[in-house]
Design a protein. Sequence first.
Length: 132
Amino acid sequence: FFIDSASIYKYFFGDTKYYEQSKNCDLHVKSCSINVPTVGNITFDVEPKDIPLMSPLTFTAITDKDIDKDELDLHIYATNMNMGYYSLKMKKVSKNRYQVQSILPTCVVGGMIWRAEVVLGSVGGAFTFKTK
């Protein structure tokens, strides 16, 4: 059966106010940006663009303001089925640019909808993408 994974994770990991990407932005095509009050724009990208499962992916977050952190938290989970909760540390690779590599698992059902949350304290950016 299907469960609302987002509600379960929110229960365990607390209240962070997330700002959502535009529904028109597709991470398979280009990076997506969100304006987060007090933080400014967060731009998020996934490479390679076909976002393959069981292959290394590079997740990148770029802030338009210097937030003076060496790491940002990145939480990734599927919203339409429990595929696990991935809590990653994005390392600062240059001014205002953070990256981490990871692999997402495959699912026999397919059509997974993933949520990637870039956390900046009590606020963050939420980005959604699909995999086959």
